[in-house]
Design a protein around this ligand. Structure first.
Ligand code: BES
Ligand code: ZN
Ligand code: ZN
Length: 505
């Protein structure tokens, strides 16, 4: 699917289905059909009167044109009122764009046009408009059909081939490109997460990382398997992988900017390709979705897949710890003690708290590589979902400026995050009788925070932030028009925005 902008009008340039984005003011609603011939305009006015269309957010009015203009269908889509923050307008544009592509597909439109309310300029610049519209269109038309046998062809049949926006400025066009690029990263992450665990073993995640490095002249990759991990002292990853026949890996990707020397930003992802819980086995209902447990790693790969084109002037390092958490004859036993790469010892009292063990090694390795800032992203705790619900990620950090930067980036991306405190006094609940730390807190509450405190033990003084994406990584229902059922690709756009903000230059 291509997206572009033109300076012509929808009467001059054909689109099968035309979307008109309308602001909720009586003037905008009345004028929305200004470009149509008189008879259709009349029909529009009668129709909106009948259905009381006032361009409220996400409300639509459909007008069939009887071939009086090149489009056979015009979809008027409400954006709501303008008196909201820029970030909210962005999100309304994403929604409108996604609603449109879904309608267009329903009516088998191959080419889709978009006409924007000119008043939008009062609330958001052209680049922001273009970015949000492209995001909504690409993310909203995503489907994972790989494993549908008969219906595979049928389901891709109605796909939209082209989107054209009737608004041509340099900034708008740049915005479209940026939105398309970020979406590409998100869609890769969604594909990786949606893939069943039997098809997405640690070696498959490694293969995906290698493909990204191969395509780029500025990204290099190194990976370490069992034997090397032993030499490196990565007891966390090895311990979790003990019960699985799949080889575990620590993957290290590096994107180098053209300008040197530059600051180093490290992104660390949890890549548990399946989390059965290990001997502390999960009840089957909780296990159903555990192919999602590599969503953090997928976000890292989604980001790396677009770094060349995003072209930031920083050095970006990606660290992925990947293995399966299974039950084999030599599986990790509750009570076992592991030694993490930085020398700290951990008593594993619950083998289902495995993500922090894998991340402990990956974070220690990132610290050794002297990052200026480290951000980890992980499907870490059910407790985070208990606290924030399924659509909001937890954000924890040892550095206020990094935390604020990430929260701002998430707002721009339309990804919901909420800051949780790394409460120092809870630290003592992670003390072990026989090792330095225990992998679960003695306190039955605040599990997202105590998991964050556990990770903090492995970052030293490096400015660091942690995203717990257990909730938003995937959903059993459609979250919004551009985030359907299944994997969301959460994190890719926030990380891309953060890096693009030149925050640590
Ligand atoms: N992968 C899970 C967390 C999770 C839960 C992700 C639900 C997505 C949806 C993690 O490894 C886990 O099992 N955490 C335990 C920690 C507990 C044993 C301290 C949890 O949250 O129950
Ligand atoms: Zn677990
Ligand atoms: Zn897990």
């Amino acid at each position: 699917m291509d997206i572009s902008c033109v300076s012509t009008s929808p009467i001059q340039t054909k689109a099968d289905v035309l979307g008109v984005f309308v602001l909720a003011s009586s003037a905008s609603v009345a004028n929305a059909a200004h470009f149509l011939p008189a008879s259709l305009k009349k029909e529009y006015l009668a129709h909106i009167q009948r259905i009381q269309f006032k361009a409220a957010y996400k409300k639509t009015a459909l007008l069939f044109t009887h071939h009086k203009i090149p489009s056979f269908l015009v979809v008027f889509i409400g954006l709501g009122a303008l008196q909201i923050k820029e970030e909210a307008i962005r999100d309304h544009l994403r929604e409108a764009s996604a609603i449109l592509v879904r309608r267009a597909r329903q009516y088998r439109g191959k080419k889709v046009g978009i006409l924007l309310s000119p008043d939008l300029a009062n609330a958001i610049n052209d680049e922001g408009q273009g970015e949000a519209i492209a995001e909504g269109a690409y993310l909203g038309s995503y489907r994972f059909t790989k494993h549908k046998s008969k219906r595979k062809e049928e389901s891709t049949n109605g796909d939209i081939q082209e989107i054209v926006v009737f608004k041509k400025t340099k900034e708008f066009s740049q915005g479209l490109q940026k939105g398309a690029l970020e979406s590409k990263g998100v869609l890769l992450a969604r594909d990786l997460v949606n893939e069943p665990a039997g098809h997405m073993k640690p070696k498959d995640l490694l293969a995906a990382a290698k493909r990204i490095a191969q395509k780029s002249s500025r990204i290099t990759i190194e990976s370490f398997g069992r034997a090397q991990l032993k030499k490196m002292g990565c007891g966390g990853i090895l311990g979790v992988a003990q019960g699985s026949t799949s080889e575990p890996y620590l993957i290290h990707l590096v994107y180098r900017s053209l300008k040197k020397p530059s600051k180093k930003i490290g992104i660390v992802g949890k890549g548990i390709t399946f989390d059965s819980g290990g001997l502390s086995i999960k009840p089957s209902q909780n296990m159903e979705t555990m192919k999602n447990d590599m969503g953090g790693a997928a976000a890292v790969l989604g980001l790396f897949s677009i770094l060349d084109e995003l072209n930031p002037q920083v050095e970006v390092h990606g660290f992925i710890g990947t293995c399966e958490n299974m039950l084999g004859g030599d599986a990790l036993r509750p009570g076992d003690v592991l030694t993490i790469k930085n020398g700290k010892t951990v008593e594993v009292l619950n083998t289902d708290a495995e993500g922090r063990l894998v991340l402990a090694d990956a974070l220690s390795y990132a610290v050794e590589k002297k990052m200026d800032v480290i951000i980890d992203i992980a499907t870490l705790t059910g407790a985070c979902m208990v606290g924030l619900g399924s659509d909001i990620a937890g954000l924890m950090s040892n550095n206020d400026a990094v935390c604020e930067g990430l929260a701002k980036a998430a707002q721009r991306a339309g990804e919901k995050v909420w800051t949780l405190p790394l409460e120092k006094s809870y630290r003592k609940t992670l003390k072990s009788d026989i090792a330095d730390l225990r992998n679960i807190s003695t306190m039955p509450y605040g599990g997202a925070i105590t998991a964050g405190l556990f990770l903090q033990e492995f970052v030293g003084k490096t400015p660091w932030a942690h995203f717990d994406i257990a909730g938003p990584v995937s959903s059993g229902r459609s979250v919004n028009a551009y985030t359907g059922k299944g994997a969301s690709g959460f994190g890719v756009r926030t990380l891309a925005q953060f890096i693009d903000m030149n925050y640590i230059n």
